[in-house]
Ligand binder design. Sequence first.
Ligand code: KDG
Length: 312
Amino acid sequence: MPDLIAIGEPLAEMAATSSGPLGDVGVFRRGWGGDTANFVLAAARLGGDCGYVTRVGQDAFGTAFVAMLETSGVDASQVKSDAEHHTGLYFVTYSEARKHRFDYVRRGSAASHLASADIDPDYVAGARVLHASGISQAISRSCADAVLLAMEIAQEAGTIVSYDANVRPVLGDRDTLRHNFEAAVALADIVFLSEEDAAYLYGDTPLEAVLDRIVGDRPRLAVAKLGADGCLIESDTGERCRIPAWRVNAVDATGAGDAFSAGFVLSLLRDAELTEAGRYANAVGALTASGVGAIAPQPSHAEVMTLMRNAG
Ligand code: KDG
């Protein structure tokens, strides 16, 4: 059984090779995305023992995604092949300032048909960490149920539950996304979110107050991912640490936050202190943002160590 497993939706990624609106871009580069797939592949690239729980279509993208998982060393035994629904897809386009925008072709996808019956309790209970996200919950009701069931099994078994808010307003209204978030936080040990996620969910509430609210009175970590400003970590002891980012030439932030979360969790599994895990995660996120696409630029452990040695 893998140490670190994730549940959610993988997506074939079409990244624009020039800036401009979707309708104007002529050439796209095919990569892979889907936040939890980004997470699990980043962790595997860093040397983690990983597995993925999802559904893909019996189509060219589904077959190629599973092959890519396997060559990346990620266990695909819990990836079901769905003959009736397609593998999800998204387009990434960029503004002149390299800000990205996502357009999805995922409604009714194979992964959105993931359901509680697809969760193998032994697989979840056998892992050291289960990771899921707000996107995993938002793609369908059955997926939201499957995510909460997996989290409940994990909590019961003593498997660490890692959760990334990854709020995507196009996938639901604010009340539903906030309800999903709070239901997941109640079962989570480590919660990641960005400033945009916090602002969408809690309006003008200061970020520190949102982190306090997440931690509550449970032994839980809340981690705010601040991109070029690094990260802010709050633990149940009330300890709060802000860790600056590494300086890199960032060209595309797609998937960098997911890779950050993978680096953070993996680092904790390797017994790092909180600040060290934050420094490591910042380096993983920075290196991922240095290339185009969510998965292709993900660094190896050696590359992360080189950045940390040379820059720090
Ligand atoms: O975090 C990056 C992801 O958002 C991207 O890979 C696509 O999963 C995706 C989504 O639903 O936005």
